[in-house]
Design a protein around this ligand. Structure first.
Ligand code: ZN
Length: 161
């Protein structure tokens, strides 16, 4: 069952859809505690929401490290633009990508530390496009409702800990 929104500018859309189209909004909801508000999500939906959030930050990126081109991908490497937004996304392994100024390494996923706080729409697009490019072979891969449902329900797409 998809989690539909009954409020706001994305009313009628699903949380599953939001990750691919406006991920900053999902994390804004979490920050506001809306995901835990029984006015909008019942207890069952709240645990679904929680499961989605977890999956969204544990994506199994197929293919190999874009730097050494040997190891499987274990993290994403984000580069910060001088304006403060997200400028670049790379997928690499734990052995590569020395951390320098203005960059951060994270488990691959839709969550980023601060980039969405000021509604970094360009950065959000970079991130979603990079994930789509790796997962589906093209950054312009059209995410229909059917494909979105398939993505979230396929456990092979996520890393279990
Ligand atoms: Zn590597």
């Amino acid at each position: 069952m998809a989690l539909s929104l009954r409020f706001g500018k994305h009313k009628g859309r699903t949380v599953e859809w939001l990750f691919f189209n406006d991920p900053g909004y999902v994390y804004w909801m979490v920050e506001q505690g809306i995901d835990k508000d029984t006015k909008w999500f019942n207890v069952h939906q709240q645990s679904e929401f929680e499961a989605l959030i977890r999956k969204a930050s544990h994506i199994r990126i197929p293919g190999i490290c874009s730097w050494c081109r040997q190891e499987p991908v274990t993290r994403m490497f984000l580069t910060v633009h001088t304006s403060g937004g997200l400028a670049c996304v790379d997928f690499d392994c734990d052995n590569c990508a020395p951390e320098g100024r203005g960059s951060v390494a994270l488990p691959p996923g839709f969550w980023t530390p601060d980039f969405f706080r000021n509604y970094d729409k360009t950065g959000a697009k970079f991130l979603v496009d990079a994930i789509k490019s790796r997962m589906f072979g093209s950054r312009s891969h059209r995410m229909t409702e059917k494909r979105i449902t398939e993505f979230w329900s396929n456990n092979d797409n996520f890393v279990n800990e």
